[in-house]
Design a protein around this ligand. Sequence first.
Ligand code: SF4
Length: 343
Amino acid sequence: MEKWKKEYVKSIRDTDNLPDYFSELNFREIRQVAEKYPFFANRYYVELASKHPEIKSVIIPDKRELEDEKGLEDPLGEERDSPVPGIVHRYPDRVLFLVHNVCPIHCRYCTRKRILGKKVNFGRHTWDKCIEYIKNHKEIFDVLISGGDPLLLNNSDLKYLIENLKKIKHVGLIRIGTRVPSAFPIRIDNDLITLLSNFLPIYINIHFVHPAEITREVENACLSLSGAGIILGAQIVLLKGINDDPGILKVLLKKLLNIGVKPYAIFHPDNTKGTSHFRLDIEKGISIIHSLRGYISGMAIPHYMVDLYPGGGKVEICYNYIKSRKGDTYGIENYKGELFEYR
Ligand code: SF4
């Protein structure tokens, strides 16, 4: 058995094992929450969170999950836009291909909280129908493989998927959405890198939320992937109490560039049932991103995105720098808040 699999089977599912790492928690409450929304995390991330309380709430169940009356089970309306199980086809030339629901950790704020830890019937029999759908829809250029986490598939299954997608002539872009390099870096081994590098160009979007996640192991994993020619981007979720602070984000964004990962998008948290305590006002999000612009490299600034319910799609939300217009003269503010006339 590969090293990463040996490690993965030692992941913690039972909250009764958590006192070894976090003695201060209320375990009766945690157990109650985990009955509805299962706890799961590999030991690497549990150990990291035990040393960095700033990321503890990424994985530790919270009683507010059960008190949430505003959230929705399927906040993006994905099931409405699913022509075959496993495919979400919302935009003209793009599909989301959900390949399974296994993750390196259960992020408590996950948009797909409704399926985490549940038995879902994924496998080659469902993938073949998805591939057939993509084959029959010539308008599809961009396939985002996600889940769950595609990088937790066996190498042979991952190869099967990518190989079959690469054979479809109209598919020009294959992206993988993953939490593995940031939350379970041991999985990024030589066999996986060789496999992926046989299918260049390939894009990987890695989910990060906090600079504490950028450890030596994560740095090595990302540098090995980019060294093999794989193009890396970061997807961040803006979360109240974890990273809704310009100082924390600045450190995260700069560290990402240091390890060869271009910050691509920062998502406003979706209105998922059980996650309202992570949500913040959009105005606060705009002001955080605005406060970064001009003060760190433009390369470090991700697009701030809101995903509209139900099924409205992603929209970039930006600070409005245009303050006035008279004829062909605009009043435009710079990053310091100074106003300039621009003709
Ligand atoms: S890794 Fe992604 S899909 Fe899995 S729980 Fe975290 S956010 Fe959800």
